[in-house]
Ligand binder design. Structure first.
Ligand SMILES: NC(=O)C1=CN([C@@H]2O[C@H](COP(=O)(O)OP(=O)(O)OC[C@H]3O[C@@H](n4cnc5c(N)ncnc54)[C@H](O)[C@@H]3O)[C@@H](O)[C@H]2O)C=CC1
Ligand SMILES: O=C(O)[C@@H]1CCC=N1
Length: 267
């Protein structure tokens, strides 16, 4: 267990996913974690589930931190940074999780002497299966990056990427759980039409997505090869694949991700 103070400013969906992962993995003691939020309701919930420190004073959370996650919506970043910047410790690792906020923009507000990481997590962190792109600024040492990766591996895989790829990370992992949930919901709707109950349908659809994802990660085989292994000659699957291709599944996903990427760039 590390003797390190970790703070979160903004305690919504993403922060609580990360806090649960950190506490569950025993990375630090609950007393070493502090979350601040504008309203008390979310703080009461996280205190009840994780027993961490809470406050409505963002400056108190900033002053407490060796590692500080800025976990408010992007539109509140500037206001929150201006509020807390004088309370941040000189060697604090400051972690942005917002789309579109560049390292240059962040250091122009926080100070060019600050250690800053631009990251993009995703909500599967809630079940310890997140994916996170990480991009450190030039003030961060290799040890700092390893420390951050060690903390985040309690809820995510992590990969260091160049900043030019951070908007792509938003499209391919930050936002993509939403596309996958749509896909699962659509499969479940069809299964219900075929006679399954809702809960049965969600289990069959979700476990199939989970298993398929594991096959890609664990076999190292090309997704096309894995698809071909399912499609028996003159069988059922190739009929479904024919309809998905005809309805433009690939193109819809491609265009959706380009829209997501453009939005991230403009934020
Ligand atoms: N939800 C997601 O799937 C992902 C979100 N993100 C990023 O994470 C950040 C947070 O997103 P969510 O957790 O989804 O949002 P959220 O709305 O669930 O949480 C944000 C929290 O910040 C609080 N807040 C707002 N203004 C504040 C202030 N001035 N001081 C203190 N607290 C304040 C709100 O009360 C709320 O509890 C955003 O920048 C988002 O882009 C990144 C990756 C995935
Ligand atoms: O939709 C959003 O803007 C955030 C960033 C990535 C996922 N959710």
């Amino acid at each position: 267990m590390r003797d390190l103070h970790i703070s979160f400013i903004g305690c919504g969906n993403m922060a609580s996913a990360m806090i649960h992962g950190i506490i569950k993995a025993g990375k630090v003691a609950p007393d070493n974690v502090m979350a601040s939020n504008r309203s008390r309701e979310k703080l009461e919930a996280i205190h009840a589930s994780c027993d961490i420190r809470t406050t409505t004073d963002n400056c108190e959370a900033a002053a407490f931190a060796d590692v500080l996650f800025l976990s408010v919506k992007p539109q509140f970043y500037e206001q929150v940074i201006c509020e807390i910047k004088d309370d941040i410790r000189p060697e604090c690792l400051i972690v942005s999780i917002a789309p579109g906020k560049t390292l240059a923009w962040l250091s122009s507000l926080l100070g060019t002497d600050k250690k800053i990481l631009r990251t993009m997590p995703n909500t599967p962190a809630m079940v310890g299966e997140g994916m996170m792109g990480i991009c450190p600024n030039e003030r961060m040492t290799e040890d700092d990056v390893h420390l951050l990766q060690d903390i985040c591996k309690s809820f995510s895989r992590t990969q260091v990427v160049g900043e030019h790829l951070m908007d792509v990370v938003t499209a391919v992992s930050g936002s993509s759980p939403a596309y996958v949930f749509l896909f699962i919901e659509a499969m479940a709707d069809a299964a219900v039409a075929g006679g399954m109950t809702r809960s049965q349908a969600y289990e069959f659809a979700a476990q199939s997505v989970l298993g398929s994802a594991k096959m890609v990660l664990e076999t190292g085989k090309h997704p096309g090869e894995l698809k071909d292994m399912v499609c028996s000659p003159a069988g059922t699957t190739i009929e479904a694949v024919r309809v998905l291709e005809d309805k433009g599944l690939r193109s819809a996903v491609f265009e959706a991700m380009m829209a997501c990427l453009d939005k991230s760039k403009g934020m």
